[in-house]
Design a protein around this ligand. Structure first.
Ligand code: ASP
Ligand code: MG
Length: 422
């Protein structure tokens, strides 16, 4: 037997009954002979509620205090879980991220892990205790302040700890039975994937699949930690994320799934002078503000006008900042106006096998056209095709593409056990 890191999400520990159920699962894994380290999220919607509360007292809460507030959510669940395990006759010790040795940079709200020194966790295991670690938090190496890793960050805590401890597997327990060919909340006939490569999972996560946080997958790939995604509500087998699509022994499915994202907005810079250097000026301004952009489209200048339109997508949450920084450089760049549109949705089709399989794009666009979906932007990678549509046709588009690629399951409908998907 070995060392397992298990992560339980907020919906798995939403109330006392959930905490007791999870405690039993942890003890079962311990009784099977494993050393167990558990990473836990805040109960239910606690993090959202704390965010709302902060907004009520201040429109611009300082980042340091925001992180202090939000990390309290995980402290509540870790202590309760340790108590529930003690009640089952096993020793469990809870640790904050800082106590567990999760060292980060100093960026509040989206800190990056730079080192993990889990000395106290090892000691606890050596003394036959189960270690419970608060997810989503760490301590800054420089400022010594408490930081958070960004929404959904407990996944990253779990994989980072698994890597540092040399665990055999990192199990991510969530409210669905694994990684599906589409979000079961939108496509009830979505099929569970038994296995996906890190590369495919990275594309899925980057394109809006919320089942795993992007950074946790990056971490897993870098350190070769197999990630086992499964439900804490059922004994079903789940999905294994491991291996590379470059591995010659691996048979790549043509399509692994359809992801969607409604958290982005589109910004169009209208009437940009069609001369060298203008795109650089626009995107430098946006980059300086720390905004991550996604798709970019430049339209050919209308005959003789000498001007062109540049559109790009970005997280809706950064929309106001982008408009401000671009307005500040309007005179220098010499563009006419800005158009901001937050009623867009992004749909992506992902599959390692599409690299070597012709005709995928044709089939994809045909499915969208038959469903009467208008496409506003297109971008591709080796193993992905993405389009932007109106947000209110996104769900229909997802279902149409899912069906066109024969991804629908013939078995029972996928079950969503909890959570709001918020
Ligand atoms: N509680 C945090 C959140 O809701 C972290 C997590 O759940 O992973 O984002
Ligand atoms: Mg959560």
């Amino acid at each position: 037997m070995g060392l397992v890191v298990q992560k339980y999400g907020g919906s798995s520990v939403a109330d006392a009954a959930g905490i007791k159920r999870v405690a039993k699962r942890i003890v079962d894994s311990r009784k099977a002979g494993n050393d167990v380290v558990v990473v836990v999220s805040a109960m239910g919607d606690t993090t959202d509620e704390l965010l709302d509360l902060a907004q009520e007292v201040s429109p611009f809460p300082p980042g340091r205090e925001m992180d202090m507030l939000l990390t309290a959510g995980e402290r509540i669940s870790m202590a309760l879980l340790a108590m529930a395990i003690a009640n089952l006759g096993h020793e469990a010790r809870s640790f904050t991220g800082s106590q567990a040795g999760v060292i980060t940079d100093a960026v509040h709200g989206k800190a990056r892990i730079i080192d993990v020194t889990p000395g106290r966790i090892r000691d606890a295991l050596d003394e036959n205790a189960i270690a419970i670690v608060a997810g989503f938090q760490g301590v800054s190496q420089t400022s010594k302040d408490i930081t958070t890793l960004g929404r959904g960050g407990s996944d990253t805590t779990a994989v980072a700890l698994a890597a540092a401890l040399g665990a055999d597997v990192c199990e991510i327990y969530t409210d669905v039975d694994g990684v599906f060919t589409a979000d079961p909340r939108i496509v009830p006939s979505a099929r569970r994937l038994e296995h996906v490569t890190y590369e495919e999972m990275l594309e899925l996560a980057a394109c809006g699949a919320k089942v795993l946080m992007l950074r946790c997958v990056e971490y897993g790939r870098r350190y070769g930690v197999p990630i086992h995604v499964r439900s804490s509500f059922s004994p079903r087998p789940g999905t294994i994320v491991s291996g590379s699509m470059e591995d010659p022994n691996m048979e790549n499915a043509i399509i692994s799934g359809v992801a969607h994202d409604r958290s982005e907005a589109k910004l169009t810079v209208v009437g940009v002078p069609d001369v060298p250097g203008k795109a650089a000026e626009i995107f430098e301004a946006v980059a300086t503000a720390g905004i991550n952009i996604d798709m970019i489209v430049q339209n050919v200048s209308t005959a003789g006008s000498g001007r062109t339109d540049v559109s790009f997508t970005l997280p809706m949450a950064e929309g106001a900042t982008a408009v401000n920084v671009l307005t500040a450089v309007q005179e220098r760049v010499g563009y006419d106006s800005l158009q901001y549109d937050d009623q867009i949705g992004k749909l992506s089709l992902i599959g390692a096998g599409m690299r070597s399989h012709p005709g995928v794009s044709a089939q994809f666009f045909k499915a969208l056209s038959e469903a009467g979906i208008n496409i506003e932007m297109i971008s591709t990678s080796e193993i992905r095709i993405s389009v932007v549509t109106r947000v209110d046709s996104l769900d229909d588009a997802v279902r149409a593409v899912h069906t066109a690629f024969d991804l629908d399951s013939s078995e029972d409908e996928a079950v969503v056990y909890g959570g709001t998907g918020r």
